[in-house]
Design a protein around this ligand. Structure first.
Ligand code: G4P
Length: 534
């Protein structure tokens, strides 16, 4: 007899143990700060990949493990989101890859809903950059704890106090240094660990394998420090440590976990310097899965009933397996292969017979998974971003809001009609790659709405390569879509400049040609709310 997989059979102590050792995080950064390089080094430490370059090669020949779409390779950018998992020092770590390109920031936004903490990478020469600020705002809105890695100390850098000050001023987050850089650029000698009072000497990457262990000292004023780094640097270190002790932010685990403070580590990812202490910091400081709200219910990870939500849907991830994968973040209980779950939105049950863990293009069957884990479930029927899957107690996690689209285009098959066209567009909409607006008058070609124009290229490429439907994308001048909270027939609309349409779920929507037309419509209908997302 097959085991009864829809019963909460997991022993409570085993579940608690598994939850406690989970660390699920994502890395955010401004492009070029070193996110990919740091990811690669972390995975190397964990033994999850064998060779440098498995996550990325140099830009001319990248075959990233988290980088499976052909278009990504052609353009040398990472636009998909994948989960990478590894075991290290008793912890089960899941790293969710976030796309670097800002046209895919909606994907990043959703990914950040699925993690328990975040690593922020800054370039030491540039500090807090615009994309860092945008992504940090999302972290703040989700209350996510943030660890900071200040990268590229091997190059001329801003003063470390200036960098900490930027984090505090620009991001409004207290910054607590965990180690302190000894010089920068050609003058970079290493870091002083403020907690263990030890010096980690900098060696360039060529010397890897012969790395000397950190040297313990009594304090910055220990005479041994002068022998190690010279008198001038020792004086600078004594002064800096005195300032940190007097006026700086001291590390406070509680403040970090409540997203009021970020512990800051300095290093150089490309030279594999400072990565190991950072990874150790991550394992010890980053929080395990926490309870989540599902409407009025609190779902604790140690609740024995399984629950999770879909934060990403991707069709045809692997040309060898033409199927749709829903990426599920597990929030409570234990997921077991073949278990029976419910999707409350569809009021339908489904058996999780094909559950996978992905490593870039590769997949592996998962017999069981725990809160914090991200698994890919192959779903034969319909599933959309934001759907809850649960067994036993019925819970519904909050819907995942879509970003208001900013660019619009007509999408149509290049040659005549195509009977699978509507289905293909619907699938891409369920993945969250586009929003569909079907005009109710005139031309009956769908208008698609996206955030960034790169998405339009991806849509055309995928329609052709995955569905065999070459498409024409005719860009429209339209600037915004709104969902009126009153029937369109009752609205006063301008004579031109607005397209009446229905969205993927049949709800009435309007697509505006200019901000002026949008403002006019809002002014003419003062009692009606026009929502920018649904
Ligand atoms: P991203 O994912 O945040 O966009 O950054 P990525 O890791 O791709 O790094 C951007 C560039 O910065 C790369 O150089 C990378 O080699 C370099 N880099 C990363 N960490 C360090 C560091 O600690 N020190 C120095 N000096 N450079 C670093 P590139 O020339 O743009 O690409 P490539 O030809 O090396 O692939």
């Amino acid at each position: 007899m097959s085991p009864t997989v829809d019963e909460p059979t997991v022993p409570a102590d085993q579940l608690a143990r598994e939850v406690a050792r989970r660390r699920t995080f994502a890395i955010i950064s401004h492009p070029d700060a070193g996110k990919t390089t740091l990811t690669e080094k972390l995975l190397l430490y964990a033994g999850a990949i064998e060779l440098a370059g498995a996550v990325r090669g140099n830009k001319s020949q990248r075959h990233a493990a988290s980088d499976w779409m052909e278009i990504e390779q052609q353009r040398g950018i990472s636009i998909s989101t994948a989960a990478l998992e590894f075991e290290l020092e008793g912890c089960h770590v899941t790293l969710l890859d976030t796309p670097g390109h800002q046209d895919f920031s909606e994907d990043t936004f959703r990914t950040l809903l699925a993690v328990d903490s975040v690593v922020m990478v800054l370039d030491a020469a540039k500090g807090v950059e615009p994309q860092t600020m945008k992504l940090f705002e999302v972290c703040r809105s989700h209350g996510l704890p943030v660890l900071t890695f200040i990268n590229k100390l091997d190059q001329p850098a801003l003063d470390p106090f200036e960098l900490l000050d930027q984090i505090e001023r620009v991001l409004g987050l207290a910054a607590a240094p965990m180690n302190w850089p000894l010089g920068d650029g050609p003058d970079f000698r290493g870091v002083y660990d403020l907690e263990s009072n030890s010096i980690l000497f900098y060696e360039r990457q060529e010397k890897r394998g012969r790395r000397t262990a950190p040297v313990a000292v009594a304090s910055p004023s220990d005479p041994a420090v002068e022998t190690l780094i010279g008198e001038r640097r020792q004086r600078e270190l004594i002064d800096s440590v005195a300032i940190i002790a007097g006026a700086g932010t001291r590390f406070d685990a509680d403040a970090y976990r409540h997203a009021r403070q970020t512990p800051v580590f300095f290093g150089s990812a490309i030279n594999d310097f400072g990565v190991e202490p950072f990874l150790r910091g991550l394992l010890t400081l980053a929080p395990p899965p926490a309870p989540r709200m599902a409407g009025a219910d609190i779902v604790s990870p140690t609740d024995r009933d399984f629950s999770g939500f879909v934060f990403k849907v991707q069709a045809n991830m692997n040309p060898r397996h033409r199927d749709r994968v829903a990426f599920v973040r597990i929030c409570s209980g234990r997921l077991q292969k073949d278990m029976q779950v419910v999707n409350p939105r569809l009021e339908s049950g489904l058996r999780l017979s094909r559950v996978y863990r992905f490593f870039g293009r590769d997949r592996e069957t998962v017999p069981e998974a725990f809160p914090g884990d991200v698994v890919g479930v192959v779903i034969p029927g319909r599933i959309a971003i934001g759907d809850t899957l649960c067994a036993g107690r019925r819970v519904v996690f909050p819907p995942i809001e879509q970003f208001p689209p900013e660019q619009f285009a007509y999408l149509r098959p290049s040659e005549g009609r195509h009977k699978r066209f509507d289905d293909a567009v619907a699938q891409l909409a369920e993945e969250g790659l586009l929003q569909v607006f079907m005009p109710t008058l005139g031309v009956r070609h769908p208008i698609i709405g996206v955030i960034g124009s790169l998405q339009l290229d991806v849509i055309a490429a995928r329609m052709s390569s995955e569905y065999g439907i070459p498409c024409t994308v005719d860009r429209l001048p339209h600037v915004a879509a709104r969902w009126p909270m009153a029937p369109v027939a009752q609205l006063q609309l301008p004579l031109s400049g607005v397209v009446q349409a229905t969205d993927r779920l049949g709800r009435e929507a309007l697509v505006f040609e200019s901000d002026w037309v949008l403002r006019y419509t809002i002014e003419k209908n003062p009692l009606v709310e026009f929502r920018s997302s649904m």
